[in-house]
Design a binder for this molecule. Structure first.
Ligand SMILES: [Zn+2]
Length: 200
């Protein structure tokens, strides 16, 4: 994908995530891979009013290129892209229900409905580490095989082959977290059904 298109896709994704209350105020960060590195949201800016030109360009080697200050979390985004060549978008947010589970240190159950199983698969927890730290990069790197994860005492992260897929996963993750908090210890789908859905 060329840079101009990537800037526009990233900008539209931020507006959509903000509109659904998945991105709140200046929190969270979103990135996209393009022909020549990645583009990521700038540090400390409200995600509801970003323009394509505000996105910050970073090389795959981690060098900030052009104007703007990138989100402090850009290193964990790069770590995820490095580990899987098919990943082209990473979304990190602090949605209220995901964050409620994150603060409780609870695992998200993706086996309550078929969509959870199909879109999310198994959702691991990432132990708390200080935002922007190398320790957090190390912990996020460990879940590179997962589509989505809960970041303890912090928020959530999803990744996808396209921006649409990464955003769908974040929206579904928040839906499942909300559902889980409503239904408590309800029985999930039978194990055989989970297995069947995962093979789809
Ligand atoms: Zn965060």
């Amino acid at each position: 994908m060329d840079e101009a298109t990537a800037r526009s896709v990233l900008c539209d994704a931020c507006s959509a995530l903000y509109g659904k209350d998945l991105l709140v105020s200046a929190g969270g960060n979103v990135s996209i891979r393009f022909d020549n590195g990645i583009l990521i949201t700038p540090s400390g800016r409200n995600k509801g009013s970003l323009l394509p030109d505000d996105m910050v360009k970073i090389t795959m080697e981690g060098k900030v290129s052009g104007k703007g200050k990138p989100s402090i979390e850009y290193k964990f985004h790069l770590a995820l892209y490095e580990r899987r060549s098919e990943i082209n978008a990473v979304v990190h947010c602090h949605p209220i229900y995901c964050t409620a589970l994150a603060v409780r240190g609870e695992r998200l159950r993706s086996d309550l409905t078929p969509e959870g199983v199909i879109l999310l698969g198994d959702v691991p927890n990432i132990p708390y580490r200080t935002p922007g730290s190398d320790e957090l990069v190390e912990e996020v790197s460990k879940i590179y095989r997962s589509s989505a994860a809960i970041m303890e005492s912090h928020g959530a992260v999803t990744q996808g082959r396209t921006m649409e897929e990464a955003c769908n996963r974040m929206e579904e993750l928040e839906f499942q977290a909300h559902l889980q908090l409503i239904v408590g210890n309800a029985v999930g789908l039978p194990r055989e059904e989970v297995y069947r859905l995962r093979k789809k």
